[in-house]
Design a protein around this ligand. Sequence first.
Ligand code: NAD
Length: 304
Amino acid sequence: MSAKVIDCVAIADEIKVELIKEIKDLGSKGVTVGVATVLVGEDFGARMYRNQIEKFCGEMGVEYTNADPPADTSEDDVVKIVSDLNENKNVSGIIPLRPFPEHISDYAIINTIALNKDIDCFHPYNMGKLTLGEITFAPATPSACIEILDRENVELEGAEVVVVGHSNIVGKPISNLCINRNATTSTTHVFTSMAGNLEKHTSGADILIVAAGKAGLITSDLVKEGAFVIDVGINRVKLTYENGNPVLNDKGKPKSKTVGDVDFDSVKEKAGKITTVPGGVGAITNMMLMRNAVKAAKIQGGLV
Ligand code: NAD
């Protein structure tokens, strides 16, 4: 039997409609929802993400503030920019867009963000609260995974969850959110694979959440029949013909496409429910960020 493919774009659209209404209501009470991004230099991926955030803000009636000083700006000056955004009444949430240039430490910037404007939960204090289950803001991508499960009415309490990936910004917070919901949660990572133990864990998962950044890592033999498989990974892979030759574009350059960490075609024949890449977790991630910006505006407006 083929898995139900979760329409994450439709879920994201639903959340967007809900949030637009809430943002309008808050506006009528004099509460501004505003997002600022801090991008230092010209990193291509970070700039694309910035553009996306600006677009969402425009579509949803959220004030957008762009701070993008040049790559040679000193750390002190970037800290000053963030401190000014902390004081700015039109900014309810601040998103630092990494990577920063080498002379700027992530911690210097992240530790400067006001705790109640830290809408992607980068600050160690907010991350600590998440671990304690006293969440102010949960980070966007991990929240998107939980949102998918909630919208599909999945009971996390007592469920066997396996997370593949243990990064501070994706894998660990996903595991913590699942533990907070009383799921039996295992966190696996590259050393699990190196020890030859990945299948031992993943094959027992009712819910398998994969965030490794490794195309094709999860094949159907690693998945339990009927499992709910959420693919967080985003990888660019070159397109090839059956004989292994690269597919070329009009300019003679190799064509590539975006895939996740899950071998979708084989796993969808065994899983019960599955997300796609693209059109999966990423679509909902953006809305989780906007939801946190709304929550931040409410906190700052004394409404929660
Ligand atoms: P990361 O490189 O910081 O961490 C990767 C994790 O995967 C590590 O814990 C590592 O131990 C584990 N891993 C690597 N190879 C493995 C293997 N062979 N077996 C088991 N575990 C393995 O990456 P990240 O920032 O956590 O991101 C993970 C993926 O999620 C990336 O593809 C990234 O692009 C994607 N991502 C997607 C979204 C989204 O909104 N959809 C957001 C953030 C990140």
